[in-house]
Design a protein around this ligand. Structure first.
Ligand code: SF4
Ligand code: SF4
Length: 377
């Protein structure tokens, strides 16, 4: 069966702005039917790394928030901490970055919460019984919310080809442990040279998998360094953030097809308790070649296209990628080819990444349908 995907292009008139069209998109996916009085509504977005400018502008989020409030729901804006060390790796830096990027309550009319807590370990194990994972680790406040609305900036991504609703759900709604399990199939490793022997990581490891061993230099300043016993490590990721010297490295070793399937299974875990209580909005604007996790945004690969809404995260991503690929490519951007409408822009940028794997696996595990009907408003 085809899933409806509603589409608004960017053409506006003085009496019908893009913000008004956003209202119509929300009505078409029956926001009122999903948000009941006093429902806690998580509006999940990417606040953008410091220096990035391509994320969805706060003014659009405010309109989503206002509509949720009209339905008497209690909305909050939210995202989860990153696995890597950057400007969003714990809640204090993350909130500071969000505020600097314009996501303050005075602008968006709702509180801003970090869904997986101060250090990315506030999580719930959600049982999904899927081919790779029996359980996945989802950010607690996402799981606890009554309603989930994703607002996604659609763009390129080096591991999934593109970053859309599935990535916003799968990676974006998982805890640090969930993120690590998608990116790696082995435990983190201590960089011998960077380790200062402070022993801080030992107290953070819930498995006692870290011990101190004599350093090769054996110097008085650094008689010992940390070593992770991979047989005891459960991949929770606590030590990565705990180390003040950034000496604990993620082994980014997962193959791209498996990564995409793992991401789809985490996406399933983020929403499977929210039947009839989840909505997806994709913004096909400033479609940069790479993720908003970078501290910059490169020239868009195609012109701005519009905004989509759907109740099906698979259908909205399939429709989004089809719309992007249907455009002529921007020759002034990083796009190395695929200039003609109909040619695969994301495959041109990331030739080794087959983005369709995430969609196929998401469909196979029952998250949605790749068949869609595009309904223009
Ligand atoms: S916290 Fe970092 S620097 Fe300190 S012992 Fe552990 S790995 Fe080494
Ligand atoms: S990932 Fe978790 S279990 Fe593994 S060494 Fe680090 S803190 Fe310990």
């Amino acid at each position: 069966m085809k899933s409806p995907v509603f589409f608004s292009d960017l053409k506006v008139e003085s009496k019908k702005t893009l913000l008004d069209k956003l209202d119509i998109l929300l009505d078409r996916v029956d926001l009122k039917g999903k948000v009941k009085e006093r429902d806690l509504v998580a509006v999940k977005l990417h606040f953008g790394e410091k220096g990035n400018t391509a994320y969805v502008r706060p003014i659009f989020l405010r309109r989503v928030i206002d509509r949720v409030k009209q339905c008497k729901g209690k909305p909050f804006l939210t995202d989860t901490n990153t696995l890597y060390i950057g400007t969003r790796s714990e809640a204090v830096s993350h909130l500071t970055t969000a505020f600097e990027n314009g996501f303050t309550e005075s602008v968006v009319n709702a509180p801003v919460l970090i869904a997986d807590g101060l250090r990315g370990n506030s999580a719930i194990k959600v049982r999904i019984d899927k081919p790779i994972f029996k359980t996945v680790s989802i950010a607690r406040e996402i799981d606890m919310a009554d309603v989930l609305i994703t607002v996604t900036h659609f763009k390129g991504h080096e591991l999934s080809g593109f970053g859309g609703a599935l990535k916003n759900l799968g990676m974006g709604c998982s805890s640090r442990e969930g993120k690590l399990s998608q990116h790696s199939n082995i435990s983190p490793q201590v960089k011998k040279k960077a380790c200062k022997g402070c022993e801080i990581c030992l107290s953070w490891c819930p498995q006692s998998a870290i011990s101190m061993v004599p350093s090769e230099s054996g110097s008085e300043n650094k008689p010992s360094i940390a070593l992770i016993d991979s047989t005891n490590c459960i991949g929770c990721g606590e030590c990565i953030l705990a180390c003040p010297s950034s000496a604990i490295q993620i082994q980014w070793n997962e193959s791209i097809p498996i990564f995409q399937k793992k991401m789809a299974e985490h996406a399933y875990g983020a929403v499977h308790k929210k039947k009839g209580k989840a909505l997806y909005l994709n913004f096909l604007t400033q479609i940069s070649p790479a993720c908003d996790c970078y501290g910059y945004s490169d020239t868009p690969i195609v012109n701005d296209i519009g905004v989509l809404s759907s109740e099906d995260p698979v259908a909205i991503d399939q429709a989004s990628v089809d719309l992007v690929n249907g455009e002529p490519g921007n020759r002034s951007s990083k796009l190395p080819g695929a200039w003609n409408p109909g040619e695969d822009k994301f495959r041109a940028i990331y030739p080794k990444v087959d983005w369709s794997i995430q969609l196929a696996h998401a469909e196979e595990i029952g998250l949605g349908s790749r068949k869609y009907e595009l309904i223009k408003i």
